[in-house]
Design a protein around this ligand. Sequence first.
Ligand code: OSB
Ligand code: MG
Length: 369
Amino acid sequence: MTLDRIELSLLYLPYVHFFETSLQREEGRTFIIVKALGDGLTGYGEVVASEMPYYSYETTTTAWLVLKEFFVPLVFDRGIDRPEMFVEEARRFRGHPMARAGLELALWDLEAKRAGRPLRKIYGGVRERIPVGVSLGIENTVGDLLDRVDSFLREGYLRIKIKIKPGWDAGVIREVRRRFPEIDLQADANGAYTLQDAAALRALDEFGLTMLEQPFPPYDLWDHSRLQREIRTPICLDESIISEVTARQAAEMGSCRIVNIKVGRVGGMVEARRIHDTCERADVPVWCGGMLESGIGRAHNLHIASLPNFTMPGDLSASKRYYAEDLIEPAIELETDGTVRVPEGPGIGVNPVESRIEKATLKREVLKP
Ligand code: OSB
Ligand code: MG
């Protein structure tokens, strides 16, 4: 098979409700959809970089540039038509994990569509339904947050994740815990603290959190290991885990007891699986993180989260938690048991609606061999 062309589209979708972390408040998301076309089939991938370099140094602008200038020409020059070949060849380039993951995912979707099988089967996933939780941003008032926790619990979400930052932490978690004593609750700091704040983080121990996600900045495995020795709450690393090597080192150092896997952050599915396998051997459970993806990225995440060591609920909420109108049909929905079904059709198993993609598109570029 040969690739006829690769298309990049820059899209903007407004959120149904703003999303605020320790890093920023956003009203919507700018992101890139990658399409790989060949043999009359189209594979879709999503690049999860944001417009601004808060969560990661990558942005939609850098991802667009490296895809257009380096990764896509590599695909054409080497005659790459399979995802694993792409991963091998693209090792010659450093960094830009979100850009490379978006292209790799488009090739995985195309590969699975050629085989006429759902991606889950190609990956060897073992789950047909993924238990899911919801990630709730910082609100204007604690009352607003409590109302949102209540409404998502009523919808059936299995666990609640609360974004924290200095000044919006133990006091807020105390209120949530008082109102909802039994729920599976966790907090995510997106790197807003340092070792000097250990007392504020130790104060979270009394609330029985399932985990504390990424208390310190990304490039800081050692300080996380020091903090983990001082607190009872299991630390989960997100931003820090950028490869199988960092996952192994974090496990060896005791920097965390749980790992959040995001395929974009780690540079693709091949690396995500290596992290998954290494964590399994180290007895470190993993769960699938999210980047407020459209239905295209979300469907990819569901297939990935079907692997065996994804034993904790993922940030894989239903389409309507994020967007009034998702890019796909059918929309991703929450089942009554708090799970989301892995789509059954070939590839990602959902149908991107071209007219909706077009409506959300800010710019588009067609690249050919
Ligand atoms: O830290 O997990 C994070 C969203 C954007 C950037 C970073 C994070 C998040 C979320 C939302 O927590 C997860 C989701 O529901 O997609
Ligand atoms: Mg996180």
